[in-house]
Design a protein around this ligand. Sequence first.
Ligand SMILES: CC(C)(COP(=O)(O)OP(=O)(O)OC[C@H]1O[C@@H](n2cnc3c(N)ncnc32)[C@H](O)[C@@H]1OP(=O)(O)O)[C@@H](O)C(=O)NCCC(=O)NCCS
Length: 334
Amino acid sequence: MTEPKLNQYETVQYSRIYSLGACRGDLVVTNDDVAGPIDSSDEWIRQRTGIITRRRASENQSLMDMAVTASKEAIAKAGITADQIGAVIFSTISHPYQTPSAATQLTELIGASPAPAFDISAACAGYCYGIAQADALVRSGIAKYVLVVGAEKLSDFIDPTDRSISFLLGDAAGAAIVGPSETPGISKTVWGSDGSHWSSVSMTGSLLELRDGKNNWPTLRQDGQTVFRWAVWEMAKVAQQALDVAGVKAEDLTALVTHQANIRIIDEMVKQLKLPEHVAVARDIVNSGNTSAASVPLAMHQLLADGVVKSGGLALQIGFGAGLAFAAQVVVLP
Ligand SMILES: CC(C)(COP(=O)(O)OP(=O)(O)OC[C@H]1O[C@@H](n2cnc3c(N)ncnc32)[C@H](O)[C@@H]1OP(=O)(O)O)[C@@H](O)C(=O)NCCC(=O)NCCS
């Protein structure tokens, strides 16, 4: 029997992030604005989380508006046109439709149709999941340029009286263009999940329960301490593994960009990784809050915009959250 002949894609050796784009919610929301319904205070929120203000989107600014703005910036900075994009990966947990996907709508709005487009639901790990997929798509030759977006309008899924998470959350979008490279720009990814803690960060109920009148509009909630401990202990190990598989030492890094969940988690990771002083640490949570899938690209974009880091350095990026899903990789700063 003759072997069937099936044409394969021409592979590419390396990929890299070409550019980033970002868009924050148009409203600045202070701690005093959110403290009342949870019997908290500006002081408590600052001390326990590092957050001073978070950005939220007004009624006039949708999840898609933020995703379009961030994507257009990333496309322009990459020096490509939207019609060159070979795939669009959209990570979100706050798209208000079960189907169709946010990705297909975004693809049309930015002029990238008929690129294949799909959503991923990996919450705060979603952007780093997306970068892993984009890296694989580019290197396998399936797509030349991939747009990866992490965008959230979490304020649509907040119960202002919930003490466990409501005050942490913000709205924003971050976007990246990944494409072929002559040198390695994205390392192997360390990723995974722990469904035994599936309900540790979750919605207060399902849409079926809402339909059947057994629950109100589902909002986000979490077992704060459980997630905090997991983030501090397990995610520092994942971050170290990501360095190890990349063949990079902490002192080789220019930046650490973690998911922006709590400044105490970020500070603890810095300690556990024994990061030298010269490594810039993203602390965008202070002004943006926790924006789930958007937080990693948003925080990296801010470090670059502030001139704290320059293009070409190495950054360790790590996302973690609901699921409990996590992903970390070392990337060359765009
Ligand atoms: C939510 C979080 C900020 C709470 O902080 P914490 O230090 O763990 O708070 P605790 O639950 O231990 O509570 C400590 C005290 O503060 C109080 N408290 C809890 N939440 C509060 C709030 N929002 N405002 C004011 N007081 C609060 C508690 O009642 C408790 O008071 P007590 O000592 O009198 O009993 C923190 O657990 C956290 O950031 N968790 C992880 C977030 C994360 O990584 N998420 C990833 C997915 S997005």
